[in-house]
Design a protein around this ligand. Structure first.
Ligand SMILES: [Zn+2]
Length: 521
């Protein structure tokens, strides 16, 4: 790792902290896709998972360690030999592996969770770091819940793990309790009171429970922290983690203030934000900083006038810097395959020739129904093609019968990948409910719907409708998203995506590639 004191290490934990949050679980293929995109983005460290958590976690950390070269690949472990050896087993083929060990240090965790005295905590942490260091040269240690730990004890733990061989020292605000000046004061205290701290990289890991994850991380940089742990779109436990795009753009936009170097290629920020949102089904809020749909939109007349005279009157960042094309090139019926392909590439998608063919077909169909086709339409078509995992069921046809005086009814025809076509019909509380019930009858998979939304992708009466839904099956959450000019069809496709994810998971647990609910911790 760089020893330049002005180099900021970007440690991405989208695949670990992010992935373990509700509604964000990803399968192996999806994790690999995100890991490759993180490498292209230029992050320094990828925390790929928690190998002992499940066989699936182990397998994905191992696959990333073997296939994604460039960044340091990191795996998480608790302070015990089994965890550390399992982490090393998954990481050992990486050209640059890192083991990240953690142990809670706050009084509340010591007393209620671990039931360990201070001396026991230190002994365990030191032993674990020594064991990890005997396997791997790059070791990170995190005193979990550091921001609620007594400062003198925190300093003691930290000093001992540095002596034991830790090379990066992370100070997590696990529960999102810190505020900027408090968090900065913890860093300053450690810098002043811990022997050997100048020899390790000081790191921060902040949660957004008070909306302060980015602010706390930035405050710590002023006290010498040189690694920030963050996630794309700020996903993560509860209110999420420090958002990578916000942190990076703050440091970049205010180089005058921070004077720090980051290795991230900011032009890849927008594409990876879209990719993650597609893969997880977790949409980005409209007014989200940097990557939200409104982040660079100017509505007020006086602002638009200023913008036209000189962009910097109302814009502190150039949208092209984050990979968002400023001009919305409008495509239509007469646009050719080449123009479409170019646009898809500009929007950050990498499609196979077969996927491109299918996007072109649906583009032509859409162009017949809709005069102007915007970037958002093209993104929706491209995303619909990037299938995550093989589809077990495909929609052949859906018909609904609804109205004010009839009982809503739906007939659905599905095609199974084994070649069988199956049809069924169902009544429902409404036409969409009837469609979902018919799909459940055919597939034999019943899920509990948690969230269901329909929105127009672009303006106008001929807009594409996007259906987004989240459902629960066997204690796990699954998300689905689909687009069509017909909202019934969009809803059926999104629901079928969820059913396919459940079916895929079921087949993996039956083959014992993934643990069942009762086996996983
Ligand atoms: Zn966390």
């Amino acid at each position: 790792m760089s020893t330049d004191t002005n180099r900021l290490v970007i440690f991405d934990t989208t695949l670990r902290d992010g992935e373990q949050s509700p509604g964000c679980s990803m399968n192996l293929a999806e994790k690999l896709q995100v890991a490759h995109a993180l490498k292209d983005l230029g992050v320094d460290v990828i925390e790929a998972g928690f190998p002992i958590a499940s066989p699936g976690d182990f397998e994905s950390v191992q696959a990333i360690a073997r296939q994604v070269h460039g960044p340091v690949i990191c795996g998480l472990a608790r302070c015990n030999a089994a965890d550390i050896e399992r982490a090393w087993g998954a990481l050992k083929d990486a050209p640059k592996p890192r083991i990240h060990v953690f142990l809670a240090t706050s009084a509340i965790h010591r007393e209620f969770k671990l039931k360990m005295a201070r001396e026991e905590i230190i002994r365990r942490a030191v032993e674990a770091v020594k064991l990890a260091r005997s396997l791997c040269a790059d070791i990170e240690f995190s005193p979990e819940d550091a921001s609620r730990t007594e400062l003198d004890f925190l300093a003691e733990v930290v000093e001992k793990v540095i002596e034991a061989g830790a090379t990066t020292l992370n100070i997590p605000d696990t529960v999102g309790f810190a505020v900027p000046s408090h968090y900065a004061a913890i860093m300053a205290y450690l810098k002043k009171n811990v022997r050997g701290i100048e020899n390790v990289i000081l790191s921060v890991h902040c949660h957004n429970d008070l909306g302060l994850a980015v602010a706390n991380s930035l405050a710590a940089l002023m006290e010498g922290a040189r690694q920030v742990e963050c996630t794309v779109n700020g996903i993560g436990e509860r209110a999420g983690n420090c958002a990578l795009e916000e942190l990076v753009m703050a440091v970049r936009t205010r180089t005058d203030f921070y004077n720090l170097e980051v290795g991230v290629n900011t032009k890849k920020i927008y594409p990876i934000s879209r990719l993650l949102s597609h893969v997880t089904g977790m949409t980005v809020q409209r007014n989200k900083a940097i990557v939200g749909q409104n982040a660079f939109a100017h509505e007020a007349g006086i602002h638009q006038d200023g913008m036209l005279k000189h962009a910097s009157t109302y814009e502190i960042m150039n949208p092209e810097e984050i990979g968002l094309p400023r001009t919305e090139l409008v495509l239509g019926k007469h646009s050719g395959r080449h123009a479409l392909k170019q646009r898809i590439t500009d929007l950050g998608y990498v499609l196979t020739p077969e996927q491109l063919d299918r996007v072109f077909d649906s583009f032509k169909q859409l162009a017949d129904r809709k005069k102007t086709i915007y970037d958002a339409d093209i993104e929706a078509l491209a995303e619909a093609q990037i299938h995550s995992g093989p589809a077990v069921w495909t929609l052949e046809a859906v018909t609904v019968n609804a109205g004010s005086a009839t009982i809503p009814m739906a007939a659905v025809c599905l095609w199974h990948r084994d070649g069988v076509i199956r049809k069924d019909a169902s009544l429902g509380d409404g036409p969409i409910d009837a469609v979902f019930k018919a799909i459940e009858r055919i597939t034999g998979i019943e899920v509990k719907l948690l969230d269901f939304r329909i929105r127009a992708v672009t303006g106008g009466e001929d807009a594409l409708g996007e259906a987004h839904l989240e459902a629960e099956y066997d204690g796990k959450n699954f998300a689905g998203r689909a687009v069509s000019t017909d909202i019934i069809e969009a809803s059926a496709l999104a629901f079928l995506q969820v059913i396919n994810r459940v079916a895929l998971r079921k087949s993996l647990t039956e083959k014992r590639i993934l643990p069942t609910q009762s086996e996983s911790a």
